[in-house]
Design a protein. Structure first.
Length: 190
């Protein structure tokens, strides 16, 4: 069963990474998936939190900081180091079909830290901003989840992650952030 799942995962990777390319997206996705690309968004969110939360801005900042620490610890330190799944760009059987657009990372592939971090942040950003701007709740949820999905998809597109790395990373990020936000609300901060 596991062998069939891995074979399906590799086939889906080959279909998307090897076949669904365009010159335009080949230029966009290497930049789109970079952390520094999103600094203006993070500054805008920080400014909004400061504006709305004033002296209590430390509460959502603590939540976000703890979230990033947990997301990275679970994805990079616990799962990647124990599962030790090679990245597609380090998998010999995919060498000829691989469409690699960035330098192949040195670490392991499962789970995708990009997916874990961005889906976790998407959940927290949507929750925090929805509580401050209730009329825009639906837009925040759709926007941030599409943002996280597009970054995760970019990881597959450029050739550094398999689909299951991304799916499991998304699940991990959403689960951890939901648990964190539950605790945040229990403290009466939300």
């Amino acid at each position: 069963m596991l062998a069939e799942l891995i074979a399906w995962d590799q086939q889906l990777f080959t279909t998307i990474n090897g076949g669904w390319h365009s010159p335009f997206l080949d230029q966009i996705f290497p930049i789109w998936r970079e952390k520094t690309t999103w600094i203006p968004l993070y500054i805008l969110i920080l400014a909004s939190l400061i504006y709305k939360r004033k002296s209590k801005v430390w509460q959502p900042l603590l939540l976000l900081g703890l979230g990033l620490l947990l997301f990275d610890t679970f994805s990079s330190q616990l799962l990647k180091k124990n599962v030790m799944r090679l990245r597609p760009c380090r998998t010999a059987s995919l060498e000829e079909e691989l469409h690699l657009l960035v330098t192949c990372g040195s670490g392991y592939s499962f789970t995708s830290s990009h997916a874990t971090n961005h889906f976790g942040l998407a959940y927290l950003f949507a929750q925090l901003l929805s509580s401050d701007y209730k009329a825009y709740k639906t837009y925040f949820w759709i926007g941030f989840l599409l943002w996280a999905f597009s970054i995760a998809y970019g990881q597959l597109y450029v050739g550094v992650h398999f689909p299951l790395d991304l799916l499991c990373g998304a699940f991990l990020g959403l689960s951890l952030s939901a648990l964190l936000y539950w605790g945040y609300k229990r403290l009466g901060w939300g």
